[in-house]
Ligand binder design. Structure first.
Ligand code: 3UK
Length: 525
């Protein structure tokens, strides 16, 4: 078998066979030149930039060389804190082709989060967009590990852009195997620090083929638009690996996804596949009450990140005529492993196993849960992370034999469809992004007037979960609107933007166990 190739057996979920020497940058980037796509546009940005497959391949090579020229060695990490733009592609793929490990980070985080990731990854370099300098630069200054190089993507002086322009356009793929470490994504836990999930070269092939092609039906003529950002495993697949696997194209929106700018992108760039999260669908529905953009280019809409309420599914279908395919994925699995599909949709469920993945629901005693009864969902498939970086305890807890413990409670209905019942820990998904109640509580009790705090998820009018705070105040403080406003401001300044509590309750005591652990389940309504 030639080098850097993968054979796909026919049929959904068909076996994938990788050549012995396999660097995934070759099938995702270089293959398009040999298949005659050099002049096809692969990336369009909402600012009007267009990048062809030929230009992409050349810039990936230049970027890989630029990173090597900086002295970054094979296997070393490069943190990527970059908005959705072509430079994200160049850095991510340039690193992989050069044998360097890219680690895209959530761009909504704050300095103390980045400080931890800089130290935990012991990265050799940090590449960041100027938009995020205010959080990244203090993190670099405070971190005990000092990366050899930090680079802005663009701007004055030496930047990634200037190095790329000066670097050689020729780069041979670094030798690798399908199972070698390729890139990481950080995943958050309810307690403790984020965990670096280490993915192999094969993983993006598996997700792109089994979910992208076999389940969703992504094709060469598709234009993918993901409102979910590239740093998120969901967005990385939707907006980058699916088009690169099929020879299709994508549209990138650099700014924060809002109802108006996302629907404007749909109207202007006419994507055929649209990927969102439930919170944004709810906000878009409200926006569509007073606007009617042309969405007719879209073949299917996809939702993931948190459960899509059946009511939002129906209202979206009534308003736009479009079907939303809800599917559950995770950072550890890399993309969606249980999903509704174009010919099998049941609102209010996550659908069935994606071909190529297995799922099982286990009761507390470890036995398979009887049909209709809930238990913990485990999944198995070729794209799951190999391990968590330097976190043996969590690796052993989560990755059991070749099964992955999702931490989700699920049941299977009488038709075999999977129904989400909640998390088995206290973690919340807010707008599709992780939110730890402990972190918000920690922020609240920093406030001089707060004695104790507990945070739980509460469903809003759209049945979407948002943080709610229960607070014990120190003596002689009046609870009122002014105090709520003060606490709100306090949370908004020290936490990632989506994490502030939407409701405040002031109480005299919090429900606790004998050992003093807050019983959050008693506060959930
Ligand atoms: C929850 C869902 C119900 C669930 C993701 C698609 O969300 C992604 O990855 P994360 O690591 O979170 C994983 C957790 O989020 N979840 C995600 N989708 C659904 N719950 N219904 C859903 N449809 O708790 C899961 O364990 O941030 C989603 C593709 C790639 C991803 N990484």
């Amino acid at each position: 078998m030639a080098e850097h190739v993968v054979e796909v057996a026919p049929g959904k979920g068909g076996a994938l066979t990788f050549s012995d020497n396999f660097n995934v940058a070759v099938p995702f980037i270089d293959r398009h030149l040999t298949e005659g796509r050099a002049d096809k546009v692969v990336i369009r940005t909402s600012d009007g930039e267009a990048v062809t497959y030929g230009v992409l391949a050349e810039r990936v090579n230049r970027c890989g060389n630029a990173l090597k020229d900086l002295g970054i060695g094979a296997g070393e990490r490069v943190l990527i804190i970059v908005k959705d733009c072509p430079a994200f592609f160049y850095t991510f793929w340039g690193a992989i082709k050069a044998g360097i490990v890219p680690v895209p980070l959530n761009t909504l985080l704050v300095a103390k989060d980045y400080e931890f990731m800089i130290e935990n990854s012991e990265c050799a370099a940090v590449v960041y967009s100027p938009e995020f300098a205010a959080q990244v630069e203090p993190a670099l200054a405070a971190a005990s590990h000092k990366p050899e190089r930090t680079l802005l993507t663009e701007g004055d002086g030496e930047t990634l852009a200037s190095l790329v322009a000066a670097a050689s356009p020729e780069l041979d793929p670094a030798p690798a195997t399908a199972g070698d470490d390729c890139f990481w994504l950080y995943s958050s836990g309810s307690t403790g620090r984020p965990k670096g999930a280490v993915h192999a070269h094969r993983d993006m092939v598996v997700t792109s083929q089994y979910y992208g092609v076999d389940t969703l039906g992504v094709r060469e003529d598709d234009v993918c638009f993901s409102a979910a950002k590239l740093f998120f495993a969901y967005g990385l697949g939707n907006g980058m690996t699916f088009p690169l696997w099929t020879g299709g194209s994508c549209v990138l929106l650099a700014g924060r996804p809002m109802p108006d700018n996302t629907l404007e992108v749909v109207e202007t760039f006419k994507p055929t596949l649209y990927f969102g999260v439930p919170t944004l669908y709810a906000a878009q529905l409200q926006y569509l009450e007073s606007a009617s953009p042309d969405l007719s280019s879209v073949r299917y809409c996809v939702s993931a990140g948190e459960a899509l309420p059946a009511d939002i599914f129906r209202r979206w279908q009534d308003t736009t005529g479009l079907t939303i395919l809800d599917g559950i994925g995770s950072t550890e699995a890399l993309h969606i492993f249980i999903s509704n599909s174009p010919d099998d949709v049941t609102p209010g469920t996550s659908g069935r196993e994606v071909p190529g993945y297995d799922a099982k629901i286990l009761s507390e005693d470890g036995a398979p849960a009887p049909q209709g009864e809930s238990g913990t969902l485990f999944i198995r498939g070729g794209s799951t992370a190999k391990y968590y970086w330097r976190n043996e305890a969590k690796t052993q807890e989560t990755m059991v034999d070749d099964w992955l413990n999702t931490g989700d409670t699920y049941l299977q209905d009488e038709n075999g469809r999977f129904v989400y019942c909640g998390r088995s820990d206290d973690m919340l998904k807010v707008g599709g992004i992780w939110c730890s109640p402990f972190e918000i509580e920690g922020k609240l009790i920093e406030h001089p007037k707060v004695l104790e705090a507990a945070v739980v998820g509460r469903a809003d009018d759209d049945e979407l979960i948002k943080p709610e705070a229960w607070i014990i105040l120190k003596e002689a403080v009046d609870a009122g609107e002014a105090l709520e406003q003060e606490l709100l401001e306090h949370c908004k300044t020290g936490l990632a933007k989506y994490k502030y509590p939407r409701w405040f309750n002031f109480v005299d005591e919090l429900p606790k166990t004998a050992t003093g652990k807050i019983q959050r389940f008693k506060l959930r309504q």
